[in-house]
Each structure stands twice: as structure tokens, then as C-alpha cells.
Design a protein. Sequence first.
Length: 692
Amino acid sequence: MIEEGSPHCLGARCDAGGAHFAVYSSGAEAVELCLFDADGRQTCYTLPGETDGVWHGYLPGCQQGQRYGYRVHGPWAPGSGLRFNPSKLLIDPYARSLEGSFRWSGALYDYDRTSPGDALQPNLTDSAPYMPKCLVTGPDEAWSGSRPHIPWEEAIIYEANVRGYTMMHPDIPDKERGKFRGLSNGRILEYLKALGITSLELMPVHEMIDEGFLIGRDLRNFWGYNSINFFTPEKSYADQDAVGEFREMVNAIHDAGIEVILDVVYNHTGEGGGNGPTLSFRGIDNLSYYRTEPDDPGRYINDTGCGNTINNDHPRVQAMVLDSLVYWHRHMGVDGFRFDLAPILGRTQTGFDPAHALLHKISDEPELAGARLIAEPWDPGPGGYQLGQFPPRWAEWNDNYRDTIRRFWRGDQGQLPTLARRLHGSADIFESSGRPPQASINFVTSHDGYTLYDLVSYEQRHNEANGEDNRDGHQHNFSSNYGVEGETRDADIKRLRRKQSMNMLATLLMSKGTPMLLAGDELGNSQRGNNNAYAQDNETGWIDWSGLDKDPLFLEQVRKLIALRGKMAHTRRASYLHGLDDDGDGWRDIEWLQPAGKRMFEHHWQEDLAITVLFPDSSTADELASPAVAIMMNAGHTERDFKLPQLSPQGSWEIVFNSAEDRPAETGKRSWVLPAQALVCALYQKTEHASV
């Protein structure tokens, strides 16, 4: 017989004598634990204990690997937000492992879909045959691997999709493609290490479900932003043991000296809106886990655009988020987290609050002291754009940086003032809250939008394959096709597109802040103009590795840019520069120069598309001694004369990067002719210093 057990450890954990079970449901009248054998036959026990909303029991003899789920009894009153229906088998929110897959069926819905109007009637069909089963596990295994210790000042993030990154790689065995083991493959790790990135940011790997409307279109949720459990790795990314294979992947990536950052989705779940399936949270405790309208609890608040919004105001939900983060960091080896639609973590009934308890609990949690915290600082809800408003420990995706760099290199007028702020680490956004330049996650492209290749090849989105009549995806991309939409044989257009791609990557890697690259951009990867490839689990969404052969020099230039960034002191300073010098004479610690080499005056900022950013020699200022750096940018459509100042009696400028040429040239000069739409970087070499 089942015993009362303890409420102190949510989930299902076995010990030498049996297994403990505990699940939170404040509104339940009874909770059934259902055990399943290999043939799907079930045996159910009512959990005998209830303490402050936690239902608990201890089952002697129950062993690791036992399949289980819950059925929760309580009122059926959808108009009041009460959706208890014991016909629905429910996933334990704290399960560590799942077996089997979802099979879409009408049985997954807790209501009779033939019910008229708002008078929803319960659907009494058993959903168990169509649901994965939770597995009883042992105590969480301590992770004992070693982590790379990479300061924020040195971080270079690389965003990738676990499945899409290896599906078309020619050297990855078929059985490893699209899996955690594909990313563990030595050829992938050699490539990432040679590229020079420090941190691999993986798109969601939590257990997920494909939306019903995608199944109806013969598509699937390729990106994975549709989690249904926050403790279990996605089974389709593994051969057999998702937990073990994920941990092996993390260890292999760490052995290559690279961090692992997870994209996490604590803002909504795969149960969707009120007409979606009931798989876990809705049936366990709808009003605790989801935010509903205060005056109409039968209606979900949809600040995520995905049908529901997790109720991060609730203490038990906050505890679940924290427990999940600690589990992935302390037991699975993950080094940091990027929070999708992060304002949801700080939303109350009256809107976003930067002092929200959950945000500060995450910041202050001792078990997360070494983890990176990165916010996507916007959501679709009212007042959802919160760039710069997160707590001091957090970094944030900076879409202002993205749009400014795109617009400047496209040739839009009036971008210089904003460009200067973005190159400077966006002090106007982050400095007032006491955060350093590294809080700005600078990027030009990400999974959400065009790839770099498409950014210079398309002016209109081409998302027809998504089945939404090309209405989805960003409308304003600040892109240019340079005369032809899509692919072209015109050699001049192809050269210009390549140069513009290099201009934007060079700007990104020479800016203060933390750069993030989109996987495949260094290879010229294209999605054929689809700027919302969330449902394209095919060659559109997968990385095309043929770019290694088509333009290997482009990849080599990106590698050199990443290496060059490490030689620039200004990119590694954890403080902002404000044009100060010691005595009011000579060169300041940052200079904005006209192409002629003289300081910018007010009228130049609005009239030009060319500028030089100068970071003088820092050897007497701090420990990050390095040569002076000059970044000359000409976004105009005609060539321009550029001149650099003589910084000392002995020394000369050396060109170390030129986006318009395959190789740097013209060392030892002070003036150059920059072609239209080109970027040149120079380092100042004193005669007593060896050349870099």
C-alpha cells in the first residue's frame, strides 16, 4: 500500500526501499498516481498526503524507470479557470525523464470540442494512450566536470540549433545528425574551436511539443519554443538516454574550452490557449501556473503571443523556475541561460516590474552564482519592450544595435550618432544601471529573422512555406538586395553582398559589448529569404555546410576577425570611455574623427556616411595594454579619402583588416582611399614594439 511520504521534494525520486512522489496543486480535491507497465496497463493510487497544496506519497518497492503520470480530481468550471478532468493523464512538472511521444488526438483536450459556445463540457476520453509517460529516477546525479572560466570581457557567443546544425554536415554519421551526439562529434568541436568562439548558445532543448496547427500543415516546431516540461531534455535529440547524452555533449564541449548556454522558455507552455490540449499544468492547477484575466479567470492573458502566459507571480511557479535553472546548471553542466521573452519573468497584473521577486531570486540564487544570465528584453504584451531595464547582473539582447548596424551599412542617412553609441557599448542604455558594456549582447542576425546572407540578398520576406500566406515574420528588416531579389549571377552584386556581409561582421566584432554570431553566417548560409523559419525542419532551416567549399576565404576572414578582437583592449574593458584625457590636451581615450582625420563637429554627425573611431594607445592607462586602434568606415556609395593622425614621433599605422580586399595592404601609411561601402581597421605600431 502507498504511504503518506513527504512534501519536501517535488517530482518522483526512488531510494533503496521505494519511491517518493510529490506534486503541487492548490485547487485539487484528490490526486491519483498512475503507474504503467510495458503493455500500457495502469495501476492507480490516490496520494494520501496533502501539505500546503503539495500532494505526496511513498510507494514501497517502486523502482527507478517505473512509468507514471497523474490524474487530478477537482471542480470542472472552465469559466472560473478550474479545468480539473481526471480523464486526462498529466505530466509531472518535475519529471526528470519521459518515455514515448505525444500522439495528436482529440483525447488530449480536456473539453468536448462539440460543446456549444462557452458552455464547455468535459471530455471524458482517456488521454493516456496518446501521452508520453514520466519515469521515476534516482537522486539527481552531481555533475563533476570542469567548466571553462571565460570572463565576460572575452566572451563571443555563437547561437545554434541542436538539430539544424548537424543535419547536413558531410562528416557527421547519419545516426548522430540532429542529435546531442552530433554536437559532441570531434569534427564539430574542432571547427568551433578553430573559429574562435567561446560560448555555444543552444536554442531550446527542453521537452517540447509540435503545435496542432503545424501538424495539420505537415510541419513541425523546428526551433523548439514550445516547452511542455522544464527539467527533461528533448527526446528526439537523443538515441536512447536524453539525460546521459546531453551531459556527454556538455562535457565534450567543455573539453574544447567552450561554454554551453541554454535558451530557456519560462514564459509559456505548449498547452497553448484555452482551446489547446491539456498535457500537464492546465490539468494540475490551471490558476496557479497560468495568468488569467482578473475579472474573467476563464480567459488567459496572452502576453507571449503563444496562447498562455506562465504566472511567474506565483511563489510555487517561481520555485519551479529556480529549481529548473539550478538543475540544469548544477546537475547538467550548463554554464548560462538566455531567457526567451524575459519580461514575462517580471510581469505582474499591472505590467513589467524590474524589481520583480523572480528576477532578483534568479540573480541572488547562490546555486546560480556562476551562471550567465541573458535576457531577450521584449515580449508582445503591453509595455513589453524593456531593453536596459533588467537587474545589474543581467546581460540583454540589443536589437537597437542590430538595427543601427544594418541601417548604417545599407546607407541610411542620419545613423552616425546612434552608430557611435552602439560601437561604444550602448552606454546610453546600460551605464545608468551600473552595468558594463558587456551587458549589451550585440548581434546583427539571430535565429529570429534573416541570416546574414539573406540580409544582403532579399528586401522582401519569403515565408510562403510556413503556410501563413507570407504574413508571419518581421516586416521591417533594414535589408537590401543590391539590385536583384535573391540569387543572382551578377558578379558585381555578389562581390558587393559579400563585402557588406563582412562589413557588418567586422563592425560587430570590433564593437564594445558582447558579440553574438548566428551559426552558419560565417559559411554564407541561406534560408532562401525565409525570415521566420521556425517550422522549417528541412534544408531551409538546416545549416548548409557547402559554404566551406564555395567561399573558404570568407570563413578564414571571420576567424581572423575573431582573433583580431582579442588584440584590441577597448573590446575587453569592463568600463565605458567618455573622451577623457589626463590634462585636457592630446588624444582622448576615444575619438570620433572625420575621414580627414580631424575631430567630428556637430554638423558632421548628420551629413555623412563615413567616420573613423580611434582608440589611442592604452599602455599608460591600464593593464590592458595594446596598440591604438582605428576603425575607418565608409558606408557611402563613392570612394573616400581617409587620413589617420600621427600619434607619436615614432610609429606607424598598419592595416590589419580590409573588407574590400582579400588581404590587408599598404602598411606604414597615414592616408588611404577607401572604396565605397568598405571598412578598414588599422593598429598603430610603435617602433619599439614588435608587429602583431
